[in-house]
Each structure stands twice: as structure tokens, then as C-alpha cells.
Design a protein around this ligand. Sequence first.
Ligand SMILES: N[C@@H](CCC(=O)N[C@@H](CS)C(=O)NCC(=O)O)C(=O)O
Length: 247
Amino acid sequence: MSSLANLKNALLLTPGSLYSNIVAVIVAELGLEETYPQIPVNIFSGENNTLDFLKLNHTGRVPVLIHQGQSIPESLDIAQFLQTTYGLGTLEAFDREVVAEVGRWRAHRISAIWYGKKTPDQDTATFEAKTKQTIQDLNTAIGKSDPEIAAIRSEAIQTRGEIFTSYDAFVNIRDKFNLLLDETNSALKNHDYIASDTFTLADIFATVSVYNHIKNTSSESVFTTRPYLEAYYKRVLERPAFKKAIV
Ligand SMILES: N[C@@H](CCC(=O)N[C@@H](CS)C(=O)NCC(=O)O)C(=O)O
């Protein structure tokens, strides 16, 4: 990870992670890729636990947009900030229907379907030990100098650990995501897009969620009983911004 101090404009992300893909597509849809050059932060090797990164987002999550030195975390906030700042495009990031639909795709941590406890007897001891160790290391490194940041990040790691080591959480999130896919498939029978007659921000959240789900489960069975979702998904992926930005 290159130095994060004194950045003016940048998009910090882990290439290919769900919300990184979402914001990379948003930026590409608005034609702002050159304004916000991407800086990779590897969440799998813990680069998001460094003080440099945590100063930009105390929760330690990617993506984070840096605009004139100011950090903006959270995918929906980034989309709304870009719309307010540039007034570009037709993503309708403040529209009530669009925001509600985006909320449905953001409501559950679907990465638990990929990385969580998929069977009741799956051994999660290693993951639990790693979670504990990460929190301990974090507190050793910054607990004294930056207790507020350490507390916020520790809580985020703890919550993620609890979700990823719970079979009930896995079942709950998987079932809710399947229901969302079913409902979206039905809605798309009579509509070209998810929240409106035109392409909006909601279509980015939905399509990228399905894309990352397929990528992480190595299976297109998601479409077996959902033909309208499949046709929609393939159509949206043809958009130039998706071709350019999605990993
Ligand atoms: N609510 C956040 C979610 C961001 C998020 O979950 N990011 C994941 C990668 S896709 C992350 O940074 N995970 C690392 C961690 O939680 O430690 C958003 O909408 O941007």
C-alpha cells in the first residue's frame, strides 16, 4: 500500500471486493476515474488495520473516497457526495425509491454466505483465534495513542467475527439474500431496471452484488429459477462502466 498521508483525490479500495466494485463502477459511470485514481488497500493482509488507513475510516472498511484531502467512507455516502459535488449522470442517488432499493442490497452482509460458517459443525476456531489476535494487536499498536479509533475498529472486527462464525447468521443471511433475488426476479418481469424505468444507483448495487456472489460461489445456479434476473444482469454488465471497473 502506498503512503496514504497527504492524498488529495483518490479512491482507496480492495480490487474485487464487493463494495470496492460498487464504488469503482459508480466512479466509472460518472466518468471520474481520472479524478480519483485508485489506491489498493489489501483487506486480506490487514492493510486496513494500519493507523494511516484507520485515520481515514475508523471502521477500517473499504472503499474510502478522498476528495481534496477529506475522507468519505460508505458507498451510499460516496455516491451522494459525488452527485452533489459534480451533478453528473442520472444515478438518482437521493431518490427515495432508489435509496430504499439500495438499502435492501446493503442490509445484509452477504460476504457471510461466502466466508461464513456454512455448516453447523464447520470448525471456526482458527478464525476466532485470528479475530482475537487482530484485536489484541490493534490495541497494542494504537490503543494508547488513539483509543477512540482502536475501539471503533475493534468493535467492527468483533462484529464481523461474530457473523462469520455463526451458522444461524449464515442461514439467515443466505435465506434473506435468496428472497431478495426472488423478489427482484419477479419485479424485473415487467421492468427493465430495479428502482425506476431507467438505470440508477440501485442497479449498480444489485448487479455488483450478484456479480460478486457468482464470483465467490463459482456458480451461476443463482439464475436457475430466475430468468428475468439473468437477462437483466447480462444486459447491465454490458455497460462500459461495468466492463471497465468491475474485477
Ligand atoms: N457499509 C459499507 C460496507 C463496506 C464493506 O463491507 N467493506 C468490506 C469490503 S467489501 C470491508 O472493508 N471489509 C473488511 C472489514 O470489515 O474488515 C459501505 O457501504 O461502503
